[in-house]
Design a protein around this ligand. Structure first.
Ligand code: SAH
Length: 251
């Protein structure tokens, strides 16, 4: 008898941002599969087996989860944020596409989560109120020239840009190169936000401009938001300003 496979997102980290559907799936699972950092956010349950892995082995992790479901286990594959945004859901379908026919018959469900850009946007105000896009700055899975080409196109087209995977210890230089590229296209006053560890106890938010943006403000828990020409601040006394993008753009 074949089991069940749920690919779910834990949200950015705050317990209140975990959906009830994801909570139920976590409670029901016989096996949890995921990157160790994300599994550590899930309460330990007696009798539930944890298969923790390193961050870079998404396809192996997907195959492990599919094999367990095939054996009749009730498997929850855990991602941070949303599982379909630069995360495990795609890896799962990549594995199914080239895997044994039996995997296509499995009961697979994807449960959405609150992705980092939405959690960060809500903290700030409403920066994603008009057209926006999300780009991963990591060149682990695509060539760097493709990253730069997409970034340049998005900035030239006036999108607000959410940069995932902006900086890590293994890739310390790329965010600086990306910001340099953007300085050639966008005004120096363009608003830039470093939103780090949103929803966790060490959450921090830095609002700056493209001219002043310092890549050192980002680490692997940071979402970098690049404003559009319309994105603006509302100053407040004794509080962080609100940041928003109006609903419309002039002709
Ligand atoms: N599936 C995740 C994204 C995985 S890629 C999601 O939907 O959020 C990992 C990147 O997401 C990080 O490098 C960072 O850019 C961003 N990120 C994840 N959690 C975050 C958080 N709590 N605060 C800010 N950025 C976060």
């Amino acid at each position: 008898m074949s089991g069940r496979l749920v690919v779910l997102g834990l949200g950015p980290g705050a317990p209140g941002m975990l959906t009830p559907d994801a909570t139920d799936a976590l409670a029901q699972a016989t096996d949890l599969v995921g990157y160790v950092t994300y599994l550590n956010r899930v309460a330990v349950r007696a009798g539930q087996v944890r298969h923790a892995s390193d961050n870079r082995v998404e396809l192996d992790r997907a195959r492990l989860a599919l094999g367990l479901a095939e054996q009749g286990r009730d498997v929850a594959v855990v991602s941070g944020g949303d599982p379909g945004v630069f995360a495990m859901a795609s890896a799962m379908f990549e594995a199914i596409e080239v895997g044994p026919a039996a995997w296509r018959a499995l009961d697979v469900t994807v449960l959405p989560g609150i992705t980092a850009m939405l959690a960060a946007a809500a903290r700030l105000g409403a920066p994603l109120g008009h057209d926006f896009c999300a780009i991963s700055l990591s060149d682990n899975l695509k060539p760097w020239p493709v990253v730069l080409r997409r970034l340049t196109a998005a900035a030239s087209a006036g999108f607000v840009i959410a940069l995932y995977n902006a900086r890590s210890r293994a890739r310390p230089e790329q965010l600086g190169a990306a910001l340099a590229e953007l300085r050639g296209i966008l005004a120096s006053t363009t608003l830039v936000v470093f939103a780090t560890a949103i929803g966790r106890p060490d959450e921090s938010i830095e609002i700056t401009t493209l001219a002043a943006a310092d890549p050192a403000l980002a680490d692997m828990r940071t979402l970098v938001l690049i404003g559009s020409p319309e994105t603006r601040l509302i100053a407040r006394v004794g509080a962080r300003p609100w940041l928003y993008t109006p609903r419309g753009v002039a002709a």
